[in-house]
Design a protein around this ligand. Structure first.
Ligand SMILES: [Zn+2]
Ligand SMILES: [Zn+2]
Length: 99
């Protein structure tokens, strides 16, 4: 079994594997060998807490319950940079971010 980001996001999207959510941290293309020795390729999300592989349909880790998606983003009104909602000020321009 080989784990790793084997495709760039662009290649993945042009190959029809785009999921509409972009390439997330911890999301990998998993290549496993099926019952008849054919190679099955599928996307998995690796849990950042316990490293279990989860289906991309999962929102939470089926092994430990950790959320598999990063927190939602807040868009700076000045420079339109996207910052995690946990940030109080824009990392690009320093403007206070509204929640
Ligand atoms: Zn987990
Ligand atoms: Zn800004």
């Amino acid at each position: 079994m080989k784990l790793g980001p084997e495709m760039s996001a662009g290649e993945a999207f042009s190959a029809g594997l785009g999921l509409g959510i972009g390439l997330l941290m911890g999301q990998y293309l998993l290549r496993v060998t099926g019952p008849s020795a054919e190679v099955i390729t599928k996307w998995v999300i690796i849990c950042q807490k316990c490293a279990a592989g989860n289906s991309v349909d999962n929102k939470f880790c089926t092994n430990c319950g950790q959320s598999l998606y990063p927190p939602p983003k807040n868009k700076c009104q000045d420079c339109l940079s996207e910052m995690p909602v946990t940030m109080k000020f824009c990392g690009d321009c320093g403007r206070a971010l509204k929640r």
